[in-house]
Design a protein around this ligand. Sequence first.
Ligand code: PMP
Length: 452
Amino acid sequence: MNLQASPPPSNLFYQSRQRRPLVGEARGIYIWDADGRRYIDGSSGAMVANIGHGNEHVLDAMRSQMAKTTFAYRLHFENEPAERLARLTASRMPEGLDRVFFVSGGSEAVESAIKLARQHAVATGREGRWKIISRYPSYHGSTLGALALTGMELMSGPFEPMLRQMPKIPAPTCYLDRDDLSMEERGIRYADLLRDEIELQGPESVLGFIMEPVGGAATGALVAPDSYYRRVTEICREYGILLILDEVMSGAGRTGRFLAAEHWDLKPDIVALSKGFAAGYAPLGAMVAQRDIADAVLAAGGFVHGYTYAGNPLACAAGLAVLEEIERLELCANAREVGDLLMAELSGLKARYPFIGDVRGKGLLLAFELVSDPEFMTPLPREIDAHIHLVEEAYSRGLIIYSRRTRGGLEGDHFMVCPPLITSREQVGEIMEVLTASLDAFSDRLDLPRGN
Ligand code: PMP
């Protein structure tokens, strides 16, 4: 690894403690650096490369679109890839969600959802509604609107004076609670916090509720008990507030269904998609809305929002080919099957490494936590920066995993193990071999206990 003191001019990330290698080629679940060293992409980048790298069908589709045109402004021309992608996307959504607005990434998708929801309230004579309740911790993006929904001080801290923070309720961290309730009862209790917050804020001021159905980077693949999803939906309907699902990470097959919402038969009003939607082949995202919501806004004069690159023909050609590959290769089914295997393997690590706490997730959106006391899920001390050490041990052995230290209700180190949805059962073995060697080295480095 080429470690250099100063970051390259293109890298302004605060996390960058050291220089990363230059990327070379990428194929399937592997990435090579410019020196020919191979890495397993165990987190699909940031849970993006769902169909793997270098997919020939997608590259062909992009090449043939490039030969025609790479850009035509949407106010001047419709374009075929965008129309076909919109139709295909709508066909994968729950009933009624068939109005698609293309953007270039996840933050833009969430930003667009916020603004459509607000315009819908105005268009339907409910101007008093503007608050969108979200959860803490959570991540919904880094633009100021999406950041106001994001429950992560690390991201929002410096911008507080510029933000109009939205109300937040605790994420359903049921596994941390120590009481006599069943998981399902705890799920109801967390969902009822939404009702309390709506009442506190004043029901006539609340526009919607946004959540990641399976948590992403902020919560480490947090899944709530089934009761939570049922109750949250009931509360949204009861108060007439929109249910917005941020499926930027959990969508496009990542959890074993096209939308994570399908696991609970959720009927969202608006969905935000990105990441796996174009799987890293192009910067692309989408906000998908219920027809009547979009129609009401159109009837009132149209959506006062837009981006220059919205519906870019090249990005949409890539997205279309990605969705075709998700279907052709049956990647939702593979994510379920290989995800079950990987989940079992990760859970099996607990016997050897007592510092592994909760192991959770759905499909191939999986994570494990590091703890000092597995019974009480006590986090490791913050000062030891455990997440950085484990990531570095894995990285030096050619395995990329994604980590975070969360603060607040979910204080601790968690690791996302989220390889591309094309991962085979044999490749799960490969990942586990490197991960085990990395955990051995990590426990030696930090002097943590280990079994056999
Ligand atoms: N929502 C969720 C759930 C995400 O995981 C992310 C990205 N990590 C975003 C929104 C923001 O997406 P982007 O970084 O593409 O703007």
